[in-house]
Design a protein around this ligand. Structure first.
Ligand code: EPZ
Length: 423
């Protein structure tokens, strides 16, 4: 397995490009199954998860190409039975369910397992599909779904933690081919769902309420091919923004569509972050920011994203005072805390809250990534720490950050990737 060696006390400077959104690309690639015509996506990040979704689509019978950040998928003749060996490798495989049922009338998808960030049920996905007229059976760990035809209906898609992003994607895709009108209440409002709606509109779907918690979909008899450019990755954007603050660097980011920011910029501004808007976008002035501790809770969009929680924990280790970060979406998503502790961070876990006493001087150490966002927070800590840090299992980071090492080195970081014989 590969690890990276990171030299600490990095002083970063320069301009960084933000890639297309992974969490848009995955459901939008799955939506290609809704038509037998080609669907072309541009600004697609070259990530392992994207390549894996293309592998799944090929397994189902699709023709796929992926060149120069552009994918082309044509689902001419497909079947609906991805193998467990494939599905177990990526939770987002569940995004295939809605499109397959809409296209074929049936699908057998192995139940995705949980993962280190927590138990990740799909009860809301299944409830929504049943409301659309699907017969759902779980047999030997496989979701067996079938529907002679899908009929429009009213669906409340909220769960204990609020809305579900991929659940909304699944029901949305299925509803585009249902007979009649479907209303989805408590739909996810994440920008990635808006991006999916825009692709579906381009394919001939009829959707109203885009960006709101209530989506109204009028089913159509067929959908056609389309071309669409993915939105930028707002989580990568937030990661680099907080990295500039944590290393007290000046990093030039591209413009950020305010619709993508949610609570991020508000919380950082409240904490004392300083930045300048210019012709190239946003120049984050980590060198001129004097941050205060934060108290925040992760929430569905536009609330503070759970996918930026680990990065905020790392940042707050460098801020004088006590910060409290509460994880409401995945209460046990704190694998990064023990790794930051190995570097000298003073963080107490109380239930689903991390109580961070800053500022502490982090010292480089061998640490291990557990999921892609925790891995990113460990890169940040290694760049801010004194001495050298080895981050192991960087394959987690490669799933969600395109060319991260390269982008950081272009900013002046000293990062070396190597095959780690110790793991
Ligand atoms: C999406 O996952 C993202 N992945 C995740 O990003 C992100 O953390 C998550 O949304 C929350 O924003 C993709 O978009 C591919 P959910 P998803 O269904 O859709 C509960 C990353 O780092 N729930 O919105 O799987 C669930 O347990 C990844 O890029 C149910 O109870 O998440 C959680 O507490 C990690 N029943 C909450 O809802 C269900 O049927 C939100 O989950 C579905 C979800």
């Amino acid at each position: 397995m590969q690890s990276v060696r990171i030299k600490g006390r990095a002083k970063l400077q320069g301009k960084v490009a933000i890639s297309g959104s992974k969490n848009s690309g995955l459901p939008l690639l799955a939506a290609s199954l809704l038509t037998d015509e080609p669907v072309v996506l541009t600004n697609v990040p070259q990530l392992n998860d994207i390549r894996f979704m293309l592998q799944l689509l090929e397994f189902l019978g699709c023709e796929t190409t992926f060149e120069q950040n552009q994918t082309r998928v044509r689902a001419l003749k497909i079947h609906g039975n991805p193998s467990y060996e494939l599905v177990k490798q990526m939770r987002a495989s569940i995004c295939l369910l809605g499109p397959l049922i809409a296209r074929l009338g049936h699908a057998e998808i192995p139940l995705p397992g949980g993962c280190v960030i927590g138990q990740r049920p799909i009860d809301l996905h299944l409830r929504g599909l049943q409301k659309l007229g699907c017969d759902i059976r779980i047999q030997n760990g496989v979701v067996c779904a079938s529907a002679t035809h899908l009929r429009g209906t009213n669906i409340f898609l909220g769960g204990r933690q609020g809305s579900t992003v991929t659940g909304t994607a699944n029901i949305l895709c299925a509803a585009t081919r249902a007979k009649g009108i479907t209303t989805i209440q408590s739909a996810a409002c994440e920008p990635e769902i808006i991006d999916l709606c825009h692709l579906l509109l381009a394919m001939g779907a009829k959707i109203e309420g885009i960006g709101s918690p209530t989506l109204i979909i009028e089913g159509v008899d067929s959908l056609h091919g389309a071309s669409h450019r993915l939105i930028p990755d707002r989580i990568e954007y937030g990661t680099f923004f907080m990295l500039a603050l944590m290393t007290r660097s000046a990093i030039q980011l591209p413009p950020l569509d305010p619709c993508l920011s949610g609570a991020l910029l508000y919380i950082l501004e409240q904490s004392g972050a300083r930045w300048e808007e210019n012709a190239d976008g946003i120049l984050v002035r980590g060198d001129r920011s004097s941050l205060n501790p934060v108290e925040l809770t992760t929430l569905p969009f536009p609330g503070f994203s759970t996918d930026l929680q680990a990065q905020m924990c790392a940042l707050m280790t460098q801020v004088e005072g006590v910060s409290v970060i509460t994880e409401r979406i995945y209460p046990s998503r704190f694998m990064h805390i023990s790794e930051l502790g190995r570097m000298g961070a003073d963080i107490l876990l109380e239930g689903s809250s991390a109580i961070i006493k800053g500022a502490t001087t982090l010292s480089g150490a061998p640490i291990m990534a557990s999921d892609l966002r925790a891995g990113a927070s460990l890169y940040m800590a290694g760049l801010a720490a004194e001495g050298e840090t080895i981050v192991q299992r960087v394959y987690h980071v490669d799933r969600g950050y395109e060319k991260l090492d390269e982008k950081l080195c272009q900013l002046g970081a000293e990062i070396e990737r190597f095959d780690d014989k110790n793991i």
